[in-house]
Design a binder for this molecule. Structure first.
Ligand code: NAD
Ligand code: UDP
Length: 312
């Protein structure tokens, strides 16, 4: 198949491309390199079945493809809040452009949505029928509401135009290739511990998150895309940890002497998050296989190679 991956030079997109190329598909990667880098897809650049297009999805594009994995959108709060209006344009206009493309060429369309559609949830763990608790005027809303509109657009193109959609709600995912300045918690703590800097906990560290290793997530993507279910479907690892527990784990794995410091909690920071993955288990037979300790080991190795490699 000919498969388009938007945001393909980013963290999740590049891992997905590795899997699709290994399966023998022809892959078109579309990216504006805001948070993505050519380094992530370097190994495919000379492959005749791979094509890289530098393009911003807020502008329309014409391509012939069979499937579209739509991932383009900065995912870290630091990056999506840098230019919130652009984040909204990417989610709204960009998603509309990609759905328009799917409609025109009759491609199956996969939306990478997020657990952020649940906001600061008052239902725990979160099931797909929970409608969320999102502040529509807060500093996270460019992303949260942007993704909610992206889901709405997907379902309306499906109902109105018969576009074949798949919608996945991704919970915090980590792994090799996250940027050193990504700003999300796993990469921050690892980079800080490796550089012998204090690990920065926002708030008192009692807020929780559930961390999924990237290979597990990509497996779920491909299964959903090639199933008959449209979603929305939660994908994530139900193992739930406080941010303090995560900091201590990474501290012990890298640098037991590293300091832990506390900084102010950002506005609207969700207090708890844990996916209910009954749907993914029942519909796809999917569940995560990589425990946090193993996933962290692999991620730490990648950061160590990059950080220590840069020093030479
Ligand atoms: P990332 O920032 O590494 O990747 C996003 C990619 O999209 C980058 O390569 C970036 O350059 C590109 N991009 C951004 N705006 C664009 C635009 N206007 N036009 C073209 N390309 C653009 O983030 P990621 O972690 O790989 O996330 C990928 C997708 O998964 C995002 O849609 C994100 O919202 C979603 N998601 C990720 C997580 C997670 O934990 N990693 C959780 C929930 C949802
Ligand atoms: N966080 C932290 N220190 C950091 C970065 C993040 O304590 O250096 C906290 C953040 O406030 C949040 C959690 O870790 O409670 C997860 O943050 P992240 O940005 O990774 O993802 P999200 O908030 O979108 O789940």
């Amino acid at each position: 198949m000919r498969i388009l991956v938007t945001g393909g030079a980013g963290f999740l997109g590049s891992h997905l491309i590795d899997r699709l190329m290994a399966q023998g598909h022809e892959v078109v990667c579309l990216d504006n390199f805001y948070t993505g880098t050519k380094r992530n897809i370097l190994k495919w650049l000379d492959n005749p079945y791979f094509e890289l297009i530098r393009h911003d999805i807020t502008e329309p594009i014409r391509l012939e493809v069979d499937q579209i994995y739509h991932l383009a959108c900065p995912a870290s709060p630091v990056h999506y809040q840098y230019n919130p209006v652009k984040t909204l344009k990417t989610n709204v206009i960009g998603t509309m452009n990609m759905l328009g493309l799917a409609k025109r060429v009759k491609a199956r369309f996969f939306l990478a949505s997020t657990s952020e559609v649940y906001g600061d949830p008052d239902v725990h763990p979160q099931t797909e029928d929970y409608r969320g608790n999102v502040n529509c005027i807060g500093i996270r809303s460019c992303y949260d509401e942007g993704k909610r509109v992206a889901e709405t657009l997907s379902f309306d193109y499906h109902r109105q135009n018969g576009v074949d959609i798949r919608v996945v709600r991704i919970f915090n995912t980590y792994g090799p290739r996250m940027l050193e300045n990504d700003g999300r918690v796993v990469s921050n703590f690892i980079v800080q511990a490796l550089r012998n800097e204090p690990l920065t906990i926002y708030g008192d560290g009692s807020q929780t998150r559930s961390f999924c290793y990237v290979s597990d997530l990509v497996e779920g993507f491909i299964r959903l895309m090639n199933s008959n279910e449209i979603g929305p479907m939660n994908l994530g690892n139900p193992g739930e940890y406080t941010i303090l527990e995560l900091a201590e784990k990474i501290q012990n794995m890298i640098n037991p002497g590293a300091e832990i410091i506390f900084k102010p909690l950002p506005q609207d920071d969700p207090k708890q998050r844990q996916p209910d993955i009954t749907r993914a288990k029942t519909w796809l037979g999917w569940e995560p296989t990589v425990p946090l300790d193993r996933g962290l080991e692999l991620t730490i190795k990648d950061f160590r190679d990059r950080i220590e490699g840069n020093k030479q």
